[in-house]
Every structure is written in structure tokens, then in C-alpha cells.
Design a protein. Structure first.
Length: 75
């Protein structure tokens, strides 16, 4: 079931989002917003990113990391 959601935007913002949606190949602003919502689900939070960085630093300090000269060294 579909439901209509209303957004309040300045005229310039409305034109900008329409232009971006068209430029990116979306048939409508709605399909572009749906895409953005799905993409947002895959984003990592700042808290999770900091947690990962801290864990990586700790591993590096105790020598659990690999010092690779290139990506080929990691594979």
C-alpha cells in the first residue's frame, strides 16, 4: 500500500532535488528518495566507525596487522 508523504522545501531545494533525480536517471523524485532511503540502510554510524578504528589501532599496536606494500600482498 502506498502512502503520500509531503515535504516542505524551499523552491531552490525542490528544483535541485528534481534536477539531481533526473541527472541520476530516476523517473521521479519519489524513486530517487526511495533509493536514498535504501542506501541509508547501508551506512555505518559514526559510533560504529570509531569503534572499528579503535579496535584496528589496538590490533596494530600488538602486531596483529599486516604491513603490505600493495593490495596484492593482502590477497
Amino acid at each position: 500500500m502506498r502512502q503520500v508523504v509531503s515535504l516542505s522545501l524551499q523552491s531552490a531545494e525542490a528544483r535541485q532535488i528534481k534536477k539531481i533525480a533526473q541527472k541520476r536517471g530516476f523517473g521521479s523524485v519519489s524513486s530517487y528518495v526511495n533509493y536514498l532511503l535504501k542506501a541509508d540502510e547501508n551506512l555505518i554510524s559514526e559510533t560504529e566507525l570509531l569503534k572499528t578504528v579503535r579496535a584496528s589501532r589496538a590490533e596494530y599496536r600488538v602486531g596483529k596487522s599486516i604491513k603490505a606494500k600493495s593490495l596484492a600482498d593482502l590477497v
